[in-house]
Design a protein around this ligand. Structure first.
Ligand code: FCB
Length: 456
């Protein structure tokens, strides 16, 4: 029997801007994603989160879907501009009330609410003052965390400060693919620092507002492998792992910034010297505030080939990366999840781990009979759940799994073209149709194990 621990937390994840819509309702302020989406050329299909899944109005139906799936938990994020339309200062009670009603609805359905405070929709006013590149945003985030945890802390026990600081800083401030669309490495590194600092400073505030709180952070982590055993490829692998994974993990676990990566940044001209200009006394201790769990978002691995040797010389030694890819062009590689979880347990010993996101984009829509046969997603889900179980069997304290995502939604710079949902959304009618993967997940949750079959 391939069974999960009896108290394993089965959930799904979403985020506010990707599903809510209702961007102008009940006093919500502008977010950086409203501004970015409205800028021509930024979103592949020219869309925005203006309506999205209309979850703001249809949340009851969405909670019903989760109840039908038998889920134990739901990870969603709070839209900061609904709570503080101007970033700080005046609180908008209608915004808080929306999430308060959602939390009550979830608890009635016996689904545990798991809150992410920041999943990328920064109030635009704060961006106008520098956004995450500015140290003032740290204090603003702590105030926001205080307000939300005071309001919901009697009912919400599991808190995630930030979702994916790598995406916030690098996609937002270095390559500009995400809001606010800035291309400046010095701002990106400052943004990463301020994000982690605001996390560390918010943790004790949340704890003081919430009895029995479990507080953590979610990172997107990508296990790295060298394309060949050459020294050059090994070094490319070290460098990638350093910039993507260790730059965030090391400070969170009290090791400060990794020196080899600082040197890489200096060599690449991203830093002027090995003195990080944005680090002040006490910051490293704040960033390393002990947390209760680490949230891991896993989608794929990276296979690294050095650009220091000409491709023609290196190519024959390059490992073949499988053609099995999702619509994001991301390789399907389930054992990377086991490897990643084992490594985190060995290198950082986070105590508790959750997979806070894992999933796949495939466009599959309804057949003539109305059923959505998303066979590839079913396969992805099965193999990644097997990989999660394998990690548990190897001793990793993995306590839960949150599939990305409950339903198709606004996939950031890709717009609505990439469908990650276990529930299909017909955007013209807002009709929801559970895909085969939702049926599979429902069966897995009911059995708390993987020996389940889908109806043909
Ligand atoms: C993650 C994001 C999430 C979603 C998935 C596909 O990086 O946290 O919002 O876009 O990727």
């Amino acid at each position: 029997m391939r069974q999960f621990p009896h108290d394993f937390v089965w959930g799904v994840a979403t985020s506010s801007y990707q599903i809510e819509g209702a961007v102008d309702e009940d006093g919500r302020g502008e977010s950086i994603w409203d501004r970015f989406s409205a800028t021509p050329g930024k979103i592949a299909d020219g869309t925005s989160g203006e309506v999205a899944c209309d979850h703001y109005h249809r949340w009851r139906e969405d909670v019903e879907l989760m109840r039908w799936m038998g889920l134990k938990a739901y990870r969603f994020s709070i839209a900061w501009p609904r709570i503080l339309p101007l970033g700080r200062g005046r609180v908008n009670p209608a915004g808080l009330d929306f999430y308060s009603r959602l939390v009550d609805g979830l608890l009635e359905a016996r689904i545990e609410p798991v809150v992410t405070l920041y999943h990328w929709d920064l109030p635009q006013v704060l961006q106008d003052q520098g956004g995450w590149a500015s140290r003032d945003t740290v204090g603003a985030f702590v105030e926001y965390a205080d307000i939300v945890s005071q309001k919901l802390g009697d009912r919400v026990k599991r808190w995630i400060t930030h979702n994916e600081p790598w995406c916030i800083s690098v996609l937002g401030y270095a390559n500009g693919e995400h809001a606010p669309g800035i291309k400046d490495w010095s701002q990106a590194l400052a943004a990463a620092h301020h994000t982690l600092l605001s996390h560390g400073q918010a943790v004790p505030v949340i704890r003081s507002n919430v009895r029995d709180a479990e507080v953590g952070i979610t990172l997107n982590l990508v296990p790295a492998e060298p394309a060949s055993p050459s020294l050059e490829d090994l070094d490319a692998c070290r460098s990638f792992d350093g910039g993507f994974n260790r730059w965030y993990l090391d400070p969170l676990y009290g090791r400060g910034y990794p020196k080899d990566v600082v040197a890489d940044h200096v060599a690449a001209g991203r830093l002027k010297s090995d003195v990080l200009p944005f680090v002040r006394e006490g910051d490293l201790a704040d960033m390393a505030t002990p947390i209760d769990f680490l949230g891991v978002n896993y989608y794929n691995r990276a296979v690294l080939r050095s650009d220091r040797i000409p491709e023609s010389q290196n190519a024959p030694r390059t490992v073949h990366v499988s053609d099995d890819k999702t619509d994001m062009d991301w390789e399907v590689y389930a054992s990377g999840l086991t490897r990643l979880l084992v490594r985190l347990h060995q290198d950082y010993a986070p105590g508790r781990l959750y997979v806070t996101e894992n999933g796949a984009a495939y466009a599959t829509g309804p057949d003539a009979d109305g059923r959505v046969r998303d066979t590839k997603r079913v396969h992805y889900l099965r193999t990644h759940l097997e990989a999660s179980l394998e990690a548990i069997q190897q001793g990793v304290p993995l306590h839960g799994y949150f599939a990305w995502s409950l339903m198709d939604n606004f996939e950031w710079a890709w717009g609505y073209q990439k469908r990650f949902g276990m529930v299909y959304v017909d955007y013209a009618t807002q009709k929801r149709i559970p895909k085969d993967s939702a049926h599979l997940y429902r069966a897995v949750v009911a059995q708390n194990g993987l020996d389940v079959e889908l109806a043909a």
